[in-house]
Design a protein around this ligand. Structure first.
Ligand code: WTA
Length: 651
């Protein structure tokens, strides 16, 4: 039997199932399986039908061109403008006065922009960019907090055909510098600062530091947000509000080719250098608008809130482009979920009557740790649908979300996708799919996913292996900016003709996908490989545990031993007895093979700014190595604290 079948085999059994509730099905956009059948019968025809929902200046000649595979092209010959699709076409309808963006600032200020407001701001911004010398094809780096100027700037770039590269506001000056230089940006849009837990993130200062080593940048536009003094370099730096006051309203949208670049978004890979993932216009917009509409069951009266930061792909696709293309009301929040108190998310849901909430498992686990008294203080009855993204959700967190946030009436769409995929690829359709807590369920119509062994052969249902996508999809990345070889190598070389996701997965007897996590987070204990996520899930299932990270620690006899770093719920002490109890609990949930060799209690886990636990650093600690790169951590001090504690405990 191929190793991989064993390796990733999931031992954790989840038997709960939640069919779509009848009250939801009754009004759902998709109520039956016909879309799946339609897509299976003719995938390209299915996507072409979805593309009809987009406004094209010129219709495409060919849906999919695979003659230069894996450099696939979609809607070849089609002409469109993404900003026109997200704004202008709503202006001739009643949606002209509908809220496009509802924005909430961390200090409690708020702003609502209708589609008409968005048109005014975006066309002015586009004229401002042109005035500053930006032409079609020039790259613009955007380094902003979560304020309305961020989507306005993105849409203005899209309007004039200048690809944007949004750099998450939490990145350092060096990270910003490397991203600017990689794409040779001509202009940077930033702010004086951004608010985070009542403190100012000094964006302009970081930007100045970065720009000392960015020769391509000619101009900088600075949004005033926090109001503190910043350095303005004459001839290079301009205030957004001053230029915008002079910019005229109305700017004709560039007619872009379907395959013209819409944006570059940097993401971490297996090497130290971030990859500039390239997305284009036509296929991307078709992909994100279709998945957004059908997976989130978007109706005109929905108030939809995705809590991601626009600095990540989730914000690009499911705060900005998907929702606005669908004429939806999209909520944006600037700050932290625990500011000023731990009920901020629930206060926002209550304030705006949010109907659809899309957030991350890591946030849900934090909410679990904080306790149910926080959501209980607020009225969450407007919610009708919940979503998660970013990492596997452990069944206990799923159940908590379902019960305490969704009031046991809201389906949960667990959506699997990546920066590279651009759009959600595996997810339930909430009016159709029976949910299983912890499973992203099945591929979206028109998407072909599979679980294969190391030879690229599909493994039988009920076993595990590598998650692959068997055929191209419209919002797929087109290349790595400036490095097409890396694109081919990274994604298309492991298995012939298939996209390699880098994730391990199992499909169960019903064909449901259970994502085990990155393949590099899989550990091998005595010849059995286990998903770190599964052990973590078992740990988090214990009532004392808030969060856990599991790593494989080099072990003479077993190859690897399981080490668990565990954060306990507030008020619970990490005693040796509890450690034994947790080991027994894991053994009971999964099997003796998954029993951790050691459990280490810690107050925090090292996380990236997007909330992913950096197990690599925990491995370094556990194996007594010098710590690897910690620059992507949200709080680099966490890891040195854990290291000290760990070493003193070992001694
Ligand atoms: C993981 C985020 C399990 C996965 C959109 C993937 C998930 C990586 C899920 C991409 C999910 C994302 N269930 N795992 N629903 N969604 N992942 O590029 O390992 O930041 O490869 O894109 O997150 O992360 P990225």
């Amino acid at each position: 039997m191929a190793m991989e079948a064993k390796v990733l085999e999931s031992l954790l059994k989840e038997e709960r199932a939640f069919p779509p509730p009848p009250h939801f099905v009754e009004k759902a956009l998709v109520k039956d399986r016909s879309l799946y059948e339609e897509a299976r019968a003719d995938r390209e025809a299915f996507w072409a039908r979805q593309a009809e929902n987009i406004h094209w200046f010129r219709r495409w000649d060919k849906v999919l061109d695979d003659s230069k595979a894996p450099f696939y092209q979609w809607f070849v010959g089609g002409k469109l403008n993404v900003s026109y699709n997200c704004i202008d076409r709503h202006l001739s309808t009643w949606r002209r006065t509908k809220a496009a963006i509802i924005w909430e600032g961390e200090p409690g200020d708020d702003r609502v922009l209708t589609y008409q407001d968005l048109y005014r701001e975006v066309t002015k911004c586009a004229n401002m960019l042109k005035e500053l010398g930006i032409k079609r094809g020039d790259r613009v780096t955007i380094y902003l907090p979560m304020i309305p100027e961020l989507p306005i700037a993105m849409l203005a770039c899209a309007r004039i055909g200048a690809p944007h590269s949004v750099v998450f506001g939490g990145f350092s000056a060096e990270a910003l510098r490397d991203r600017i230089n990689d794409c040779q940006a001509k202009l940077v849009i930033t702010a004086d600062g951004g608010w985070r837990r009542g403190n100012i993130v000094p964006l302009k200062k970081n930007c100045d530091e970065a720009l000392a080593q960015c020769p391509s940048v000619e101009k900088v536009v600075v949004v005033r947000r926090t109001g503190q003094d910043v350095n303005m370099t004459a001839g290079r730096d301009y205030w957004w509000h001053e230029l915008m006051a002079k910019a005229p309203i109305g700017c004709p949208p560039e007619e872009m080719d379907a395959e013209d670049m819409l944006f570059i978004l940097y993401t971490s890979g297996t090497t130290g250098k971030p990859k500039g993932v390239v997305h284009t216009s036509g296929g991307y917009l078709v992909g994100v608008s279709t998945t957004h509409r059908l997976i989130f069951d978007i109706k005109d009266d929905d108030i939809y809130w995705c809590t991601a930061d626009i600095g990540w792909v989730t914000g690009h696709s499911y705060i900005v482009y998907g929702p606005l293309a669908n004429g939806c009301t999209t909520v944006m929040y600037e700050g932290s979920p625990d500011w000023p108190e731990r009920d901020r998310f629930w206060a926002i849901v209550e304030k705006y009557g949010v109907t659809i909430l899309y957030t991350a498992p890591t946030a849900i686990r934090a909410f679990m740790k904080w306790g149910t008294q926080w959501p209980a203080r607020r009225d969450l009855s407007s919610l009708r649908l919940l979503g998660t993204v970013g990492e596997p959700i452990n069944p206990e967190a799923w159940m908590w979300y379902y019960k305490y946030i969704g009031g046991e009436r809201c389906p949960i769409v667990d959506t699997w996708w990546q920066t590279e995929t651009g759009m959600i690829l595996i997810s339930p359709l909430p009016g159709v799919t029976t949910l299983k807590p912890g499973s992203a369920t099945v591929p979206f119509p028109g998407v072909e996913a599979a679980v294969v062994n190391s030879s690229g052969e599909e493994v039988p249902l009920g076993s595990g292996g590598y998650l692959v996508i068997k055929s191209p999809w419209p919002a797929m990345l087109r290349t790595i900016y400036g490095d097409p070889d890396r694109y081919v190598q990274q994604y298309w070389s492991k298995f012939d003709g298939m996209y390699f996701t880098g994730d391990g997965a199992r499909w169960d007897e019903d064909g449901y996908f259970w994502i085990v996590g990155r393949v590099d987070d899989v550990i091998n204990v005595s010849g059995h490989r286990l998903g770190t996520m599964e052990i973590e899930s078992a740990l988090v299932d214990h009532p004392a545990v808030a969060e856990a990270a599991v790593i494989g620690k080099a072990h003479e006899i077993k190859g690897q031993a399981i080490s668990a770093f565990v954060t306990l719920k507030e008020g619970i002490a990490g005693t040796p007895q509890l450690a034994e109890e947790l080991k027994a609990h894991v053994a009971k949930k999964i099997g003796a093979i998954a029993r951790p060799d050691d459990i280490f209690f810690t107050a925090e886990l090292p996380k990236t700014r997007s909330g992913k636990i950096m197990r690599r650093l925990l491995r370094d600690i556990a194996e007594g190595r010098v710590l690897g790169d910690t620059t992507t951590l949200a709080d680099p001090s966490v890891v040195s604290q854990i290291k000290q504690q760990y070493e003193s405990q070992e001694a």
